[in-house]
Write a protein that binds this ligand. Structure first.
Ligand SMILES: *[C@@H]1O[C@H](CO)[C@@H](O)[C@H](O)[C@H]1NC(C)=O
Ligand SMILES: *[C@@H]1O[C@H](CO)[C@@H](O)[C@H](O)[C@H]1NC(C)=O
Ligand SMILES: *[C@@H]1O[C@H](CO)[C@@H](O)[C@H](O)[C@H]1NC(C)=O
Ligand SMILES: *[C@@H]1O[C@H](CO)[C@@H](O)[C@H](O)[C@H]1NC(C)=O
Ligand SMILES: *[C@@H]1O[C@H](CO)[C@@H](O)[C@H](O)[C@H]1NC(C)=O
Ligand SMILES: *[C@@H]1O[C@H](CO)[C@@H](O)[C@H](O)[C@H]1NC(C)=O
Ligand SMILES: *[C@@H]1O[C@H](CO)[C@@H](O)[C@H](O)[C@H]1NC(C)=O
Ligand SMILES: *[C@@H]1O[C@H](CO)[C@@H](O)[C@H](O)[C@H]1NC(C)=O
Ligand SMILES: *[C@@H]1O[C@H](CO)[C@@H](O)[C@H](O)[C@H]1NC(C)=O
Ligand SMILES: *[C@@H]1O[C@H](CO)[C@@H](O)[C@H](O)[C@H]1NC(C)=O
Ligand SMILES: *[C@@H]1O[C@H](CO)[C@@H](O)[C@H](O)[C@H]1NC(C)=O
Length: 697
């Protein structure tokens, strides 16, 4: 194990290419910058400057222009000192590339460097690379299909950093954090690309370049902050305070406590009145609770009509159906997407002639989505379009008895590119997502979206992008945890996990279905138990009675801990702290905690260690600093963390979890309502037996 407290990322910023560095420029060798050193070098790829920061937390000198280091014969170069008491600052211009470096000296416990590089030269690409470093773990970055945790081994091949369908980047906040307590935050209004482990192996590089999907601007700008703190938790708290909006409230509490039931994975597009009624009845007959029943794809006459198909084979009397479901105690929600297919002629032509579709620079409005080869997408940055869209939804709610909505898509990439959107050009195209989520959040805190960009303030659930029915890091069960952690680090703590067992797609074909195995289904639910909500589509009773019993148990356990989930959500509202943090959150200086990707916390009081490996019936568990009560088997044994428990027995029916000791005492002193009910005992009998066998072997 190699950890260096002296480690600090090296930045090289290369303003490369063409006109800028075509001329020979004589460079200064180095300039003192705060407590670090700024040095320049040049090679055939362009100009580089490097900031080498020493461990100088106590240094508070203002910037020296380092006159003695400046090559005076450089005509195209000027250096100015712009310091105040709070900031060390240096500005220099090389040809027309204007570089401003600022260093925050006001906070003695930290060191924040602020870098702005501006150029109005055409075709310029400005980059900054952070060396990921041996033995350093990195967290954050985008939501991704192949979701790792930590993320330093991820590969990104010079890719535009905005909300997009490709690689499942539905959340793209420009924020990374290292186990050394360093954060990198980039101005979201950047024509940003990232490259990791591709052009520069071992580095995370950010770039600004004015090419599609970004709109043309007459300058290129890269602005970022590097914050350095004693550990990742302190760094994250500082970053949240500085850059993230906190949610204004918590989402719908019934959606937290009781499962959402979606028709999607089980029925795909073959939904109708009969099927919905049958589904509802099965849920009740099997003794499960529900927050809502969601009617998913395909209920419309055509995609984008927002009109129920009232044929006999579909929904002949939707109001009658929702009335009956309401009588049974269900709320009814509806899948809605922002597209209109070209063959949905009546509605398409209204939106087209009114200019409601997102268009590219040439006025093209055609796009493609998973249920429409020829379609267009509503422009959510156009107020009139939003008004038209939302008023149709409101009318539909009234006429069809719909309580709330599941809003799909919403990533900026669905618009033809480069899209011409209303609003700040610098924020285009992700401003699409920003306005999408904001417009739809007006339907209340019982909605769900699946994308976010600078929308952490909204009191709504954000769903993980569709998960696949698999055991692998390629979008399978292990990524239920890693995606949870990444979303939380990006400030989105109201995570709606995708459906239990995944979507059951066969080879990515949306309308075919392959059930998850019993084992995968149960392990998936267990992993989901202490996440903010449970969403079913495949059902336990399609397996066997044991599955039903186990699933009922963990669904109940989730509900029993709903008050704890809400407490953690209130902490996010108040302080910006993650609802489901990684285990290092409670042990931020312990290097053993950093790379644990198969455990998570609920608030700071529950530690969850699900089995996510096929066939496994034991696992190793890391407990971070603190006193923990083993709640798994109801024995409440005490463990002092940090410690490892090796080969902890966890047969199929068992989810290992631990309760922080003082919280456990609070619960025990109370009504005990939070503690697992006695119905768990039966489930655990065989597990306890397994434990005994294990102990006596
Ligand atoms: C960079 O350029 C943009 C556009 O001209 C300007 O708005 C911004 O203030 C500049 N930043 C700095 C630090 O000069
Ligand atoms: C990145 O490039 C490498 C090498 O060309 C390739 O193997 C890999 O599939 C690419 N990854 C992505 C996500 O495009
Ligand atoms: C960019 O172009 C706009 C419009 O032509 C102009 O107002 C603005 O000053 C320009 N900005 C820069 C940094 O050149
Ligand atoms: C409604 O659904 C039925 C059955 O799938 C289909 O045949 C019919 O074309 C649809 N009706 C409309 C108006 O789209
Ligand atoms: C509803 O859909 C199911 C499955 O596709 C089908 O078997 C059934 O006939 C449909 N119900 C009606 C009333 O058409
Ligand atoms: C827009 O039209 C011009 C001229 O035909 C063409 O060169 C350009 O590629 C088009 N841009 C897009 C995004 O289609
Ligand atoms: C989409 O449009 C193209 C070009 O007009 C056409 O060839 C194709 O058949 C259309 N696809 C569908 C599903 O209608
Ligand atoms: C569950 O057990 C009941 C009897 O208690 C039996 O009727 C039913 O068929 C069983 N269901 C399954 C799915 O095994
Ligand atoms: C259903 O909800 C009730 C009341 O909140 C709760 O006591 C019960 O445990 C829940 N049952 C299941 C199977 O989740
Ligand atoms: C996690 O880090 C430890 C060192 O702290 C190392 O021994 C272990 O192999 C790492 N595990 C993984 C899965 O990378
Ligand atoms: C461990 O946690 C306790 C409080 O539970 C705290 O006082 C102590 O400083 C922590 N130790 C480390 C190494 O973080």
């Amino acid at each position: 194990m190699w950890v260096s407290s002296m480690w600090w990322p090296v930045l090289f910023l290369c303003a490369a290419f063409g006109a800028v560095f075509g001329n020979e420029v004589t460079l200064p060798v180095s300039v003192k910058f705060g407590d670090g050193l700024l040095s320049f070098s040049k090679n055939t790829n362009g100009l580089f400057y490097t900031i080498n920061e020493q461990d100088g937390l106590t240094v508070e000198n203002s910037i020296s222009t380092g006159e003695s280091n400046v090559a005076r014969n450089n005509q195209e170069y000027t250096l100015t000192e712009c310091s105040t008491n709070e900031e060390a600052c240096v500005e220099f211009i090389i040809n027309d590339v204007n570089v401003i470096l600022k260093k925050d000296l006001s906070n003695r416990a930290s060191s924040v460097s602020h870098v702005v590089v501006n150029s109005s030269t055409d075709g310029v690409r400005i980059g900054a690379c952070v060396e990921l470093g041996d033995g350093v773990d990195w967290f954050g970055g985008p939501e991704a299909k192949y979701q790792l945790w930590p993320v330093q081994d991820a590969q990104w091949n010079y890719t535009a950093y905005y909300t997009k369908e490709d690689d499942a980047v539905a959340i793209a906040e420009p924020y990374w954090l290292s186990s050394q307590g360093t954060y990198l935050y980039v101005n979201p209004a950047t024509s940003m690309f990232i490259d990791q482990n591709y052009l520069n192996e071992g580095s995370l590089c950010i770039y600004a370049e004015n090419v599609t999907p970004y709109r043309e601007r007459n300058y290129t700008s890269l602005e970022y902050w590097i914050g350095r703190y004693e550990d990742p938790r302190t760094a994250h708290e500082a970053a949240v305070e500085e850059f993230f909006a906190k949610p204004t409230d918590v989402p719908d509490e019934r959606m937290i406590a009781q499962p959402v039931w979606s028709t999607w994975a089980r029925y795909k597009i073959y939904v109708n009145d009969t099927i919905v009624r049958q589904y509802a009845q099965e849920i009740l007959d099997n003794g499960f609770n529900h927050s809502q029943l969601e009617i998913d794809d395909f209920w419309e006459t055509c995609y984008g009509s927002l009109t129920f198909n009232t044929s006999d084979e579909k929904f002949p009397d939707i109001k009658g159906l929702t009335d009956d479901l309401h009588d049974l105690g269900f709320r009814v929600t509806l899948w809605v997407h922002p597209f209109i297919n070209v063959d949905c002629t009546e509605y398409y032509s209204i939106a087209e002639s009114a200019g409601y579709f997102a268009k590219d620079v040439n006025g093209t409005i055609l796009t493609t989505w998973w249920q429409g080869e020829n379609a267009s997408v509503i422009d959510f940055t156009n107020e009139a379009a939003v008004e038209w869209f939302t008023s149709r939804l409101t009318a539909l709610q009234a006429s069809a008895g719909i309580d709330s909505f599941k809003f799909d898509a919403g990533e900026a990439s669905w618009a033809p590119e480069p899209a011409v959107l209303t609003g700040n050009v610098e924020e285009s195209p992700s401003i699409y997502t920003y306005q999408f989520a904001r417009a739809l959040a007006t339907f209340g805190n019982g909605i769900e979206v699946r994308t976010g960009w600078q929308t952490q303030d909204l009191a709504i659930f954000v769903r993980m992008l569709d998960k696949d029915t698999s055991w692998t890091f390629e979008n399978g069960l292990p990524t239920l945890i890693t995606t949870l952690l990444v979303m939380n680090l990006a400030g989105y703590g109201f995570v709606l996990p995708d459906m239990v067992g995944g979507n059951g797609y066969i080879d990515g074909v949306l309308v075919s279905t392959q059930y998850p195995s019993k084992e995968l289904f149960i392990r998936w639910l267990q992993a989901n138990t202490f996440m903010p909500s449970i969403q079913y589509s495949f059902v336990p009773w399609d397996y066997d009675n044991e599955t039903v019993e186990i699933c009922r148990t963990y669904t109940e356990l989730h509900e029993a801990y709903a008050p704890t989930i809400i407490e953690a959500m209130n902490a996010l509202v108040a302080n910006g702290t993650p609802v489901n943090p990684p285990v290092w959150w409670l042990d931020p200086t312990n290097s053993e905690a950093y790379n644990i990707s198969d455990e998570y916390l609920l608030g700071e009081v529950i530690l969850v260690a699900p089995v996510v490996v096929e066939g496994a019936v034991t696992r190793d568990i890391f407990l971070p600093n603190g006193t923990w009560r083993d709640a798994t088997y109801g024995t409440y044994d005490i463990y002092e963390g940090p410690t490892w428990i090796y080969d902890y027995p966890a047969p199929l029916e068992v989810l290992p979890y631990f309760v922080e000791s003082s919280y456990w005492e609070t619960l025990s002193a109370g009504s005990g309502a939070f503690l697992p009910s006695s119905s768990l005992t039966a489930i655990y009998t065989s597990a306890i037996l397994a434990l005994l066998i294990q102990l006596f072997n």
